[in-house]
Each structure stands twice: as structure tokens, then as C-alpha cells.
Design a protein around this ligand. Structure first.
Ligand code: AGP
Length: 611
């Protein structure tokens, strides 16, 4: 997820673009750059690192300059490590272009353009688009036609802004699967990844839709979609600036919960070979021979990432036939674990900087293949492992991990599917079904988010409880653990997750009318009847039950529970991700009602880089 912004108007384009990037830095901060048209040409400034590094380079550049056109970008690397060379904007001939998203077919397009003599200076997929657009402009096509021709060649998710030095009165825009808004006024026009970037300048916006491409000028925004001219309605935004920074949400946590459909799509996009039902993991270079030799997979992580490992264990053992064990990184690092050259050590970490996880990785490094599922390119863990599956969650600001968790589950499912396919363990039909379900997952998560109002009411009923118990079986047990962790870390209420089958071995002694019991039930749970009998035991002891389930209209369940949150059923493998969403929302709304600092809960840090 990157931040992009563009401007045309009478103010200093450089100042407006840089101030827009400041508000977008939460979307990516491993490099930044701007392209400004002035004195008859496009001037590009790029810097590795946070925006502050670029601003040092720009010192004095923008003073007093008025008018003009410019685009700017903060990068969250997906293809090509963080570096100045890979920083946007990318320039090809008369074109300077910035991009948010993933061009899935960039390799074939790069080979084609190289054969036509194009010289590439970066490792990015974005540079391909700059060369394509330049090519079509140089062939004499009008800018609007040239951006159409460019988009016709691209596959994947993209939000492009481009300026053409021979038409310095317009910004060329293309939007597919990643957000773009156009801010308008009588004398200026703005383009950005999201509204907060330019809300200080205008409150009137056009929200572009997938498949739109546009030519943006002051006073004129020409849009086409699927070959037809389209109009997008002007939305008047009334947010205050602070709310705007969080995209209109009260807290980053709620914003990041709602980003899950998009970032889950980003995480599998470009990695699914639908036709052959295979998985393409670009940063995993395990050969088939390596994969055949793996006789044990060890997973280690902390906190929420550790919960994702518990789900990953199911995926791995179900799809690969390889024994898989899961360990807390803080425990693994001090044991003398048995690691052989045929082991695969995999760590999971959002930040890529967690000290215990890094230390666990050190124990295995050099003894076997090591792999990470990580959200930050260039992080310590991402740099140390032999192989890496990057989740495309974008920067996760809130301390409570939400979108990182669900994208970690996607990453582990992709890994298990890949290894299983390479070992001949997963027949084509099964692979195709899982891949097809994955493609539908973003919309299932959207549907789960629609439980928000019901969750708000449940939070009002139970937010003053002193203790919560979360129960689940199978892959719903780690989800119960994750729900309990979410609640305790942001609302400070004691909550613990337990396997539902363990009720009789202790926790049932806790049950009374003051103890809400959240039970996570999935339709494909062969043990559903057993879970139901657990609930009868809770109910008979006056326990208050909240069921989170993808089972629709089960009468006894409704009779036993105070509340039943029903979600769409997608598949055995993906139910855990869908059932997680209401638990994230429940923790959030309980914390808000209890007045805690949701994004910065006491005693916690976003990344625990110390033991
Ligand atoms: C999750 O909500 C917590 N903030 C915490 O448990 C976190 O998951 C853990 O510290 C691991 O962080 P990492 O994924 O960055 O390694």
C-alpha cells in the first residue's frame, strides 16, 4: 500500500504535493519522491527512507514557486527492495509516473519493452507502466488514448498518476482495485490515494471506481470505464482534519479492520495461477527437490502472529502431509530444538523486528531453509530469512494487530498450497476450490463487516464485564485465542481463549451469569454437536453466551445464546478469517465504551524489539 498525490493549480505544486505526502506517510514510508513540471521540463526528486529524507533534499526548492503541476509518492515496497532507484516517480522519456498496487504481468511486459529497446533502471513493476505510456504517447496518441492503451495491457491492481512533459496541464489517472480520489475546486484539482491527503484544500471529491481512467485538468475531469464515458458524483466531505487522518474512522484500528477486504486481495493478487491452480510465491525460491526433502515444518512467532501459526498448522498438515509444530518464539529460542537440514523453519511477524522472533530465527539459521511471513520489506527478519512471503497489509499503525493477522493467514494458506502442490499432495480439484474460495474471500470479509451494528449492541450489553471466556474447536480455537487477546490488550478486561473441549477440565468452574462466553463455531466443524453440548453446560450454569458463527438459523443455538452473530459460510479453510472480523469489532467497541486508548493501549508497543 503506497501513498500517491497529484496537484494542478496556482499554488506551489511542490508544497501541496509534499504536504499531501505527509498525510499519506502511514500508507508507506520506505522511500518517497516527487515529480514537478517547471521551466519546460519535469524535475524528479527521490529519497530512500521516510519523507523527512526527501524534504532534506528539497530544502529551498519550493520557496515562493507558484503554480504548476506535480505528483508525489510514498512507497511501501512490493517489488524491488527499498532503494532510491526503486523509489517513485519512475520516468520514461516524456512521462513521469507513480503507482500504488501490483502489476501482475510486469515480467512479460518488461521483456517485450526491452526487446523494443527500452532501458530499465529499477527492479519495480511500476517502471513498466511508465515505458508503456511513453511508448503510446510517442506514437502520437492523445494522452487520454495513451492511458487507455496502457491500462489495456496491464493485469493486476493499480492506481496510476502520470504527467507528460508535452501536456503539462493535465494528470493522467488509472484506477483498478486500489483507491483514488479526485479533489476539485474552481481553480485547482487534486488526485490522491485517499481524502485526508488534500482535505485541507477542498471538501469536494470524485471517488473513482475500478476500471476508471481519467484525464484530470483544472475544471475538467474526463473519465471513461470499459470504453464508455462516465460521470462520478461529487461527494462533499465534512470530516474534521483529525478524523480525516484516519480516513474518517475514529481510530486506526477500526480503519485497519475495514481495510481487510482490500489488503487480503492485495496479498493473494499476483500469486494465483487460476488456470493451473498453482501458487506463485516470487520471494520463495525453494526448489521442488528442496520441498520434497522437507520432513518437518517448525513455526515460531509471538502474540497474534503466534495465533496465525496455530491456524497455519492446520493448513500445512492438511495440504502437505508434513508434520508441523508451533512454538512461542520466546520459548523456542531457549530450548534446544531439534532442527535438521530437512526441516523448514518459518517465522511469522508483522513488523519483522520482534526480538524473540528474530532470536528464534537465529537458532535455525544456517541449519535449514528459513522462511518468513512478514509485512515489512527490508525489516530485520525479512532480510535474514532465505525465503519470504510478504503480506500486503500496508503499514499497520494500531498496536492491536488486525489486518496483519488475516493477511498472515492468507500467506500461510498460500505457502501450504504451494508446498502441497509441489509434493503432489493436493489434487487439482482441491487446489482449484481453495483458490476459487480465496478469490471470494474479500467479499466474505465485507459481509462479515456488516455485523458491525449488531456487535456494537453486544458491546453495550457486556462492556462492563470483568472477565470473558472465548471458546473454539479446531481452527476456531486459535480464533478464540485471537479474540481474547484483542479484547484484553485494548480494553484491559481479563479474557482467555480455550479449546471448547477443555471446558470440563477447569474453566466451567468460572461460569456464572457475570461471565460472558464467546464461542466461535464454524459450519464445517465436525464437532459442532460436541460444541453445542458445551454450550448447554454453560447455559445451564447461567452463563451468558455470544456465538460467532457461519451456521445460519440454528434454532437451538439461538435458544441457548444471548446473542448469535451469523456470518456467510465460505469454506472450511477460510471460515477462520471470516469469523475473526466480529471478534476484532467486539474488542474495539468494548474498548471504546470503556474509554481506553484504542490505538495506543497502556504498556504495549507496536513492535516489541526488546525481550
Ligand atoms: C497483537 O495485537 C499484539 N500487538 C502483539 O501480540 C503482536 O502480535 C506481537 O507483538 C507480534 O508482533 P509481530 O507480528 O510484529 O512480530
Amino acid at each position: 500500500m503506497c501513498g500517491i498525490v497529484g496537484y494542478i493549480g496556482d499554488n506551489s505544486a511542490l508544497d501541496v504535493v509534499v504536504s499531501g505526502l505527509e498525510k499519506l506517510e502511514y500508507r508507506g514510508y520506505d522511500s518517497a519522491g516527487v515529480a514537478i513540471y517547471e521551466d519546460g521540463g519535469i524535475h524528479v526528486y527521490r529519497a530512500l527512507g521516510k519523507l523527512a529524507e526527501l524534504k532534506k533534499q528539497l530544502k529551498g526548492e519550493s520557496k515562493g514557486k507558484s503554480g504548476g503541476i506535480g505528483i508525489g509518492h510514498t512507497r511501501w515496497a512490493t517489488h524491488g527492495k527499498p532503494s532510491e532507484n526503486n523509489a517513485h516517480p519512475h520516468t520514461a522519456g516524456r512521462v513521469s509516473l507513480i503507482h500504488n498496487g501490483i502489476v501482475e504481468n510486469y515480467i512479460e511486459l518488461r521483456d517485450e519493452l526491452k526487446a523494443e529497446g527500452c532501458q530499465f533502471s529499477s527492479e519495480t513493476d511500476t517502471e513498466i507502466a511508465a515505458h508503456l505510456l511513453n511508448k503510446y504517447l510517442e506514437e502520437g496518441n492523445e494522452p487520454f488514448e495513451a492511458i487507455r492503451m496502457t491500462c489495456d495491457r496491464l493485469r493486476g491492481s493499480y492506481a496510476f498518476l502520470a504527467i507528460d512533459s508535452q501536456h503539462p496541464d493535465r494528470i493522467l489517472v488509472a484506477k483498478n482495485a486500489t483507491p483514488i480520489v479526485v479533489g476539485i475546486s474552481d481553480t485547482e484539482v487534486f488526485v490522491a490515494s485517499d481524502i485526508p491527503a488534500v482535505l485541507g484544500h477542498t471538501r469536494d471529491f470524485l471517488i473513482l471506481e475500478d476500471g476508471d481512467f481519467a484525464e484530470v485538468k483544472i475544471g475538467s475531469v474526463r473519465i471513461e470505464n470499459n470504453g464508455e464515458p462516465v460521470e462520478r458524483p461529487v461527494e462533499h466531505i465534512t470530516w474534521d482534519p483529525v478524523t480525516a487522518q484516519k480516513g474518517g474512522y475514529k481510530h486506526y484500528m477500526l480503519k485497519e479492520i475495514h481495510e481487510q477486504p482490500m489488503v487480503i486481495g492485495e496479498t493473494f493478487r499476483g500469486r494465483l495461477n487460476i488456470e493451473e491452480a498453482r501458487i506463485h510465491l516470487g520471494d520463495v525460491s525453494l526448489t521442488q527437490d528442496d520441498i520434497q526433502r522437507i520432513d518437518r515444518i517448525v513455526l515460531a512467532a509471538c502474540g497474534t502472529a503466534w495465533h496465525s501459526c496455530l491456524v497455519a498448522k492446520f493448513y500445512i498438515e492438511m495440504l502437505t502431509g508434513i508434520p508441523c509444530e508451533v512454538d512461542y518464539a520466546s520459548e523456542f529460542r531457549y530450548r534446544t530444538p531439534v532442527i535438521t537440514e530437512n526441516s523448514l523453519m518459518a517465522v511469522v511477524s508483522q513488523s519483522g523486528e520482534t526480538a524473540d522472533t528474530l532470536a528464534a530465527l537465529e537458532v535455525a539459521s544456517g541449519k535449514c531453509h528459513t522462511l518468513a511471513i512478514c509485512n515489512v520489506l527490508g525489516s530485520s527478519i525479512a532480510r535474514k530469512v532465505d525465503h519470504c512471503i510478504f503480506t500486503q497489509a500496508g503499514p499497520e499503525i494500531s498496536v492491536a494487530s488486525t489486518k496483519a493477522f488475516t493477511t498472515q493467514l492468507v500467506g500461510s494458506l498460500l505457502l501450504a498450497l504451494h508446498i502441497g502442490e509441489q509434493r503432489g499432495e493436493v489434487p487439482l480439484e482441491k487446489r482449484s476450490k481453495i483458490i476459487s474460495d480465496l478469490v471470494h474471500l474479500p467479499s466474505a470479509i465485507e459481509a462479515a463487516l456488516e455485523s458491525e451494528e449488531q456487535i456494537k449492541q453486544i458491546a453495550k450489553k457486556f462492556h462492563s464485564a470483568q472477565d470473558f471466556l472465548y471458546l473454539g474447536r479446531g481452527t476456531c480455537y486459535p480464533i478464540a485465542l485471537e479474540g481474547a487477546l484483542k479484547l484484553k490488550e485494548i480494553s484491559y478486561i481479563h479474557a482467555e481463549g480455550y479449546p471448547a473441549g477443555e471446558m470440563k477440565h477447569g474453566p466451567i468452574a468460572l461460569i456464572d451469569e457475570k461471565m460472558p462466553v464467546v464461542v466461535v463455531l464454524q459450519k464445517s466443524d465436525l464437532l459442532f454437536e460436541k460444541s453445542l453440548s458445551n454450550l448447554r453446560e454453560v447455559h445451564s450454569r447461567e452463563g451468558r453466551i455470544i456465538a460467532i458463527t457461519d451456521i445460519q438459523g440454528h434454532q437451538e443455538l439461538h435458544d441457548l445464546c444471548d446473542d448469535v452473530v451469523e456470518l456467510p459460510y465460505l469454506s472450511e479453510e477460510l471460515s477462520p478469517l471470516v469469523l475473526t472480523v466480529p471478534l476484532q469489532l467486539l474488542a474495539y467497541y468494548v474498548a471504546v465504551l470503556n474509554g481506553t486508548d484504542v490505538d495506543l493501549p497502556r504498556n504495549l508497543a507496536k513492535s516489541v524489539t526488546v525481550e
